[in-house]
Design a protein around this ligand. Structure first.
Ligand code: HEM
Length: 99
């Protein structure tokens, strides 16, 4: 399913680093081929205020790869299910260009 989503470049992702326009990419579970290869890009702006870890914590990953922090705090959380309504695309860029 991820493969059919619009492609999001690193240059595009980094632009969305504000609280009211906050995108993140997550490279997911090892058994999901597409998710690991491309990652899924989410607009988490509407979710921010509901994040149990708080807005500033989640904002640390704004406009970039949230995978490391996400797994550091709660690798067990099923974001794929939680953020279904927030998906905007799949990452198709250079992670080295992300902050
Ligand atoms: C807690 C979701 C990103 C830091 C939680 C919890 C959920 C969640 C469901 C509650 C977990 C539980 O109680 O078992 C998400 C989603 C994210 C995200 C969907 C999508 C990007 C992040 C990031 C960070 C972070 C990037 C760190 C920079 C935390 C912390 C808690 C937490 C510290 C613990 C809060 C507490 O127990 O007091 N998050 N999170 N989260 N999250 Fe996130």
């Amino acid at each position: 399913a991820s493969a059919r989503l619009p492609k999001v470049s690193a240059e595009e992702l980094v632009k969305h680093n504000k609280q009211d326009d906050c995108w993140v990419v997550l490279f997911g579970q090892q058994d999901d081929y597409w998710v690991v290869l491309f990652g899924q890009v989410y607009d988490v702006s509407p979710y921010l205020e509901y994040h149990p870890g708080g807005v500033p914590e989640l904002m640390r990953a704004a406009g970039t790869d949230a995978t490391g922090l996400f797994n550091q705090y709660h690798s067990w959380v099923n974001y794929d299910n939680m953020l279904k309504a927030c998906i905007v695309g799949r990452f198709d860029g250079d992670t080295a260009k992300l902050p």
